[in-house]
Design a protein. Structure first.
Length: 397
């Protein structure tokens, strides 16, 4: 059994704060600051440019990619790190479309993260008027998969409500129809058990600064199924995705396997942070994590529904189709979240009316959940949220 008291001790959490926003930005694991400091002083500072060889910087995207891959059911050598999630979405979509040259439709859903839809729309406009992004309601995705679809692009866990798609079922339906699938695992990796190999996933992408705790702006990852790795041609044919970067050829030759999905210079300091953060996962069983997460969510839902009648559950009530977050609705959701933060409970808000709470067993306890629900219900009962300072919108919600 996973020792969650031990994993909690591996985080540097502010005193008096209950953090329910790890689904947006994970907290700082102990050891990360020291590891990054060493990368700055001992590696960059003392090795200078020789650090690419002496400190193994060039191999970090693959080595850390394998560590992330373990958490999503990927075999070694099928995940690489670097760039942002939007870049990885673009890469995966472009490669998948090229592998289906007789089709022109990207299918997604209206619950997908907007940036993914923006990237898909921009790619379609670049490719020309014959290409189109089609979106349907999340519950209508399966029925919309037909012979016109080239790529199904879905975020497994809805960023607003936490609704979870059935990955294996949708992949099977897409493959039967001749389509490829790109999965965004931003709210899955480190949150729920994922098996990209067992589900026969084609492409998967995700960020590392949420449940994987790499810090703000942490690098993204991309997975390419081994059966496609030598056929997928990267639209962003960057220097480090070349077969021999230091041959300095004028013509591009894609690297082997997923290595061709590297683009620019890897963010060494951020990769060092992620590498250290992943130490927390040593010894963590994802099934144990999922079970504890659902226990914490059930506890929170019961307490909030009993004590906060003005809040409406926005997440699926069925835990089997819910990720690792609980969302509620209220017309003054933004102000309520600001009042909560002022009292030491950090969640976040998503327009137009979603109060969003992430449940990460690595550092959250049942006592934290009980106390957070008590504070929320007191804020609601006494209308503590209804103050001018809590209604003033900041840039980041």
């Amino acid at each position: 059994m996973t020792d969650f008291a031990a994993t909690r001790a591996m985080f540097d959490l502010p005193e008096g704060v209950i953090y329910l926003d790890g689904n947006s930005l994970g907290p700082l694991p102990r050891g990360v600051a020291e590891r990054v400091a060493l990368a700055i002083t001992d590696e960059w500072g003392q090795m200078l440019i020789t650090g690419w060889n002496k400190a193994g910087w060039m191999d970090l995207p693959a080595r850390v990619g394998d560590r992330v891959g373990r958490l999503i059911g990927a075999t070694p050598g099928t995940v690489t790190m670097g760039d942002t999630l939007s870049i990885k979405v673009y890469q995966a979509l472009a490669s998948a479309l090229e592998l289906r040259p007789d089709r022109r439709v990207i299918l997604s859903d209206t619950g997908n993260f907007p940036s993914d839809l923006y990237m898909a729309d921009g790619l379609c406009r670049t490719l020309g008027p014959d290409y189109a992004l089609k979106t349907v309601a999340p519950e209508e995705v399966e029925g919309a998969i037909d012979a016109s679809v080239a790529v199904l692009m879905i975020t497994e866990v809805d960023y607003r409500t936490g609704r979870k798609h059935d990955m294996a079922r949708l992949i099977a339906k897409a493959h039967t129809a001749g389509a490829l699938v790109v999965w965004d695992l931003a709210h899955s990796a480190g949150a729920i058990p994922v098996d990209v190999t067992g589900a026969d996933t084609d492409f998967a992408v995700g960020c590392s600064y949420k449940y994987l705790n790499s810090g703000p702006g942490g690098p993204a990852f991309i997975y390419v199924a081994p059966r496609l790795a030598e056929a997928a041609r990267p639209a962003l044919s960057g220097w480090l995705g070349h077969e021999a970067p230091f041959a300095f050829d004028l013509d591009y030759r894609p690297g082997r396997g997923v290595e061709r999905m590297r683009v620019g210079t890897p963010p060494i300091l951020q990769l060092a942070a992620l590498d250290a953060a992943l130490d927390v996962w040593e010894g963590v069983d994802m099934q144990d994590l999922r079970a504890r997460s659902l226990e914490l969510q059930a506890q929170f839902i019961a307490l909030v529904e009993e004590g906060c009648p003005d809040l409406t559950l926005a997440s699926p009530r069925d835990p089997e189709i819910r990720g690792s977050q609980v969302s509620c609705r209220h017309e003054h959701g933004y102000a309520i979240i600001q009042a909560l933060i002022a009292e030491g409970v950090i969640g976040d808000f998503r327009a137009p009316d979603i109060l969003r709470f992430g449940f990460t067993p690595l550092y959250l306890s049942p006592e934290d959940v009980e106390r957070a629900a008590q504070i929320l219900c007191a804020i609601m009962a006494e209308r503590r949220w209804d103050k001018p300072e809590f209604h003033a919108r900041a840039k980041v919600t």
